[in-house]
Design a protein around this ligand. Sequence first.
Ligand code: HGY
Ligand code: MN
Ligand code: MN
Length: 410
Amino acid sequence: MNVPAQSDPGASSFDSLWTSLLPIGRNGATGGYRRFAWQDADMQCREWFRGQAESRGLDVERDRNGNLWAWWGSPGPGAIVTGSHLDSVPDGGAYDGPLGIVSAFAAIDLLRLRGVRPSRPIAVVAFSDEEGARFGVACIGSRLMTGELGRERALALRDDDGLTLAETLTKAGVDHGALGRDDESLARIGTFVELHVEQGRGLVDLDRSVGVATSIWPHGRWRFDFTGEANHAGTTLPQDRRDPMQAFAGTVLAARTAAASRDARATFGRVLIDPNGTNAIPSAVTGWLDARARDEATLDDLVADIGAAATASGEADRVGVAVTSESYTPVTTFDPALRDGIATLLDRAPLLPTAAGHDAGVLATAGVPTAMLFVRNPTGVSHSPEEHAEDVDCLAGTDALASVLADLAC
Ligand code: HGY
Ligand code: MN
Ligand code: MN
């Protein structure tokens, strides 16, 4: 972003926040972000958060589950909370998550410039590990806070190097003794509003810069383990092979067909191959299915079909198959009165559903009055270095968020 500092103080505040965060965790070769929970880039993002909060005189705290909070006013019940996450998927874009946090700080700057004096506390939150890129479960920070993810299960989650979350937190100097449902933090949230880059082209089609979320499709993650027999790539006869890659490939193709017939989504975006040698039949293949659909019955049906296809492929290739559900998020409907009030406040902003998951969805499911704002994404591309939002739309989003915060907090 490049906005002349003097021309518009709101733009200048957004610009300096955005440009100071931009280099952290960016891979020079791909241009994508690798900000994985509790690794160096994530720790630097957390330092950035602390620095931005402190430079604004906001009190910073890290809650029992590693989520960061910055308070304008005393922490307490009825707070208007806004924010998002700072971690990314592998080679993710700059906007998914960080836009919500940069806009939150910039919105506070705008409110102060306008002389707004909130009668309720306002907080900016950065939830831990929203993408689940490291430990496999999405929204770990918010799910721990609401109790949807249990303490024992969370601590035992492992990354690809075999490190548990418990070991990781200890290494990062975080005491995990009190990890788990956090009624005190939850009780302080009067309303939560998350601003996010749109992950689709709904706002492009409607020619609007800002929209309001209606609902999130039900979605989940399943691990598919295929176990075969390692052997020589050249000397093993076709009839002697027990190749888990073949069974996996059959499952991937079946997933495409099963999703297409239901207008649903099925993606195998991550795979581990053991031992991963060019001239050896693998002994094991593990693939993770991300599946989403308009309603839970369709999603359940879709996953059952893909599971059946995996079993059939496994039998045909004499390969063992095990399917494990790792997370499941039911359909989320955002608070209708809050949603409609915000849409009216924002010049009848359009209402949009999404198939992307968010911490806002976790909070809404836990009964917190929650809303989301979307900022136009000209290509709709997300979870990729190509993810983008125009400067003018980011500023419109910040301005919209500031209006919403003022409306709710004053
Ligand atoms: O994967 C998701 O839906 C979200 O972007 N974390
Ligand atoms: Mn994401
Ligand atoms: Mn996100």
